[in-house]
Design a binder for this molecule. Structure first.
Ligand SMILES: Cc1ncc(COP(=O)(O)O)c(C=O)c1O
Length: 371
């Protein structure tokens, strides 16, 4: 056997084993794709563009000096939870579960309720991990289209599908990614009241929407509220927070792997949360720059620009030009998110994250050149 025929028969053997053992629904998935961004202005991932002032960085480094890397982290992250409770004004009596990003918390929730034939339901489009996590934890995923005209939550369709499919889990991103819109609170209430299982309201973009349903936790025993530090300038730390009734949190905590929040994240997040004014000032700047960017996009001929309560803006390019505009921007050094191809409702749609004023201007200049 030649070396190349030996390696191709090894390849065939691996493929056969994969087909035999990896579940078909996993084989059918595509891994979450993060495009290379080296050398580009990165406006594709809803990151906060701001670092901390040098004095704050110095104080942070000083705190890290005392972190014991040789020890496992505090398994309950109690000190960090105290800071989170105060920072996010978690209603009295509610418990917290922390995750390695809110992604991990979504996975924990799905794992807790998944069983053959059970359903997770979310509007479509929505954060792409809702579908991925549902599928790989073994839930059947049901997507309910948002209203085509304005990407509103379709109350009748949501209630009808909940009635028909009896989902174990309903996932609502509030505001929605990728549209940026904030669903009408009363429609969300109707969904929570109708749902036979858990409803997760994912407030990843709360710093920019300035709207929360956290206070509803007392009213609805099937509600959980999800937050993340990722959009507040701490995406690199990976910290998500789930708030809800003690009974739910105790069940979910059984699935959490021990020590899922590492010592550096615990110390750094607790430090950051003590700098409320700095974090709020960054968020306020992003909200103000979002309005400037929306106005500038609305002034561009041929673009449909959707209202945003998040730190990104969805817009639709002239028919058939979405892909070409995305590529033209990248060639000019600006990376945004191309949603053209992510289903009919998002045809020709592009999503830009609000960056610094200089980054936003570079994006607008490049856009003017490609339009
Ligand atoms: C709605 C929504 N939820 C959760 C996440 C994931 O956040 P994290 O970085 O906390 O995993 C995202 C990320 O884009 C998101 O858009």
């Amino acid at each position: 056997m030649t070396p190349s025929s030996a390696s191709s028969s090894a390849d065939a053997a691996i493929r056969a084993r994969i087909e035999q053992w990896v579940r078909p629904e996993i084989r059918a998935l595509n891994a979450y794709h993060v495009p290379p961004a080296a050398g580009l202005i990165k406006l594709d991932a809803m990151e906060n563009p701001y670092r901390w002032p040098p004095a704050v960085v110095e104080a942070w480094l000083e705190t890290l000096r005392n972190v014991a890397l040789n020890r496992y982290p505090d398994p309950g992250a109690d000190a960090l939870k105290r800071e989170l409770r105060a920072f996010f004004r978690v209603p009295r009596g509610m418990e917290l579960l922390l995750g390695n990003g809110s992604d991990e918390l979504l996975q924990i929730i799905a794992l807790a309720v998944a069983a053959p034939g059970r359903v997770a339901l979310a509007p479509q489009p929505a954060f792409s991990m809702y579908r991925m996590i549902s599928i790989f934890t073994g839930l059947d995923f049901v997507g309910v289209p948002l209203s085509a005209a304005d990407f509103a939550l379709d109350r009748e369709a949501m209630l009808a599908e909940i009635e028909r499919r009896r989902p174990a889990l309903v996932l609502l991103d509030f505001p929605n990614n990728p549209t940026g819109g904030l669903f009408e609170a009363e429609t969300v209430r109707a969904v929570i009241e109708k749902a036979p299982g858990l409803v997760v309201v994912d407030e990843a973009y709360q710093a920019f929407s300035e709207m929360t349903l956290m206070d509803w936790l007392h009213d609805y025993p099937n509600l959980l509220v999800l937050r993340t530090l990722s959009k507040m300038g701490l995406a690199g730390l990976r910290l998500g927070m789930l708030a809800g009734r003690r009974e739910w949190i105790e069940e979910l905590d059984k699935i959490r792997l021990p020590y899922n929040i590492n010592v550096l994240t615990q110390a750094s997040a607790a430090f950051a949360l003590r700098h409320r004014a700095m974090l709020e000032e960054q968020a306020a700047r992003i909200r103000a720059d979002r309005e400037i960017l929306v106005a500038a996009l609305r002034a561009c001929r041929g673009l449909a620009v959707y209202p945003s309560r998040a730190n990104f803006i969805l817009f639709r390019a002239p028919a058939g030009r979405g892909g070409e505009i995305f590529t033209g921007l990248r060639e000019r050094g600006v990376l945004i998110k191309n949603l053209d191809g992510a289903g009919d409702t998002l045809r020709d749609c592009l999503r830009v994250t609000v960056g610094t004023p200089e980054e936003n201007q570079a994006f607008l200049t490049a856009l003017a050149a490609v339009l």
